[in-house]
Design a protein. Structure first.
Length: 129
């Protein structure tokens, strides 16, 4: 029987962790929802605290679609912010590089041996054209 007790304990721990995860997801979504007013949020929190299982299930049924939409919007906003940060960190944050800067970079590449003189001349003529 000890093995069965171990499995039962593992199942209960898993269900408890899953419950905490769902509870945190619901409460965080509740406070992230800008369409729900303050009193409605207070009602939901009270409902979830007084009758936890029923409160969470009703919230998921009533506002499940909104939860998904808010998650997608948050993911898009985080993606846009990350892309903007990377663009700024890489130096392409919308600033225009002058032709002189580009020629200086090409000259450095030619001097270091990364590109040949013919490639330098071709790039130079395309920049000046």
């Amino acid at each position: 029987m000890p093995l069965l007790d171990l499995f039962w304990t593992m199942l209960m721990v898993f269900l408890f962790v899953a419950w905490i995860w769902v509870l945190i997801s619901v409460v965080s979504d509740l406070f992230r929802d800008h369409e729900t007013g303050g009193w409605a949020k207070a009602f939901w929190v009270l409902f979830i605290l007084v009758i936890p299982w029923l409160g969470v299930l009703i919230y998921l049924i009533a506002k499940g679609d909104g939860m998904a939409e808010r998650r997608v919007q948050d993911a898009k906003a985080a993606d846009e912010a990350a892309r903007a940060y990377i663009r700024d960190a890489a130096g392409g944050g919308g600033t225009q590089h002058s032709v002189a800067d580009e020629l200086a970079k090409l000259a450095e590449l030619r001097d270091s041996g990364t590109i040949t003189d013919q490639e330098f001349q071709a790039q130079k003529s395309s920049l000046l054209a």
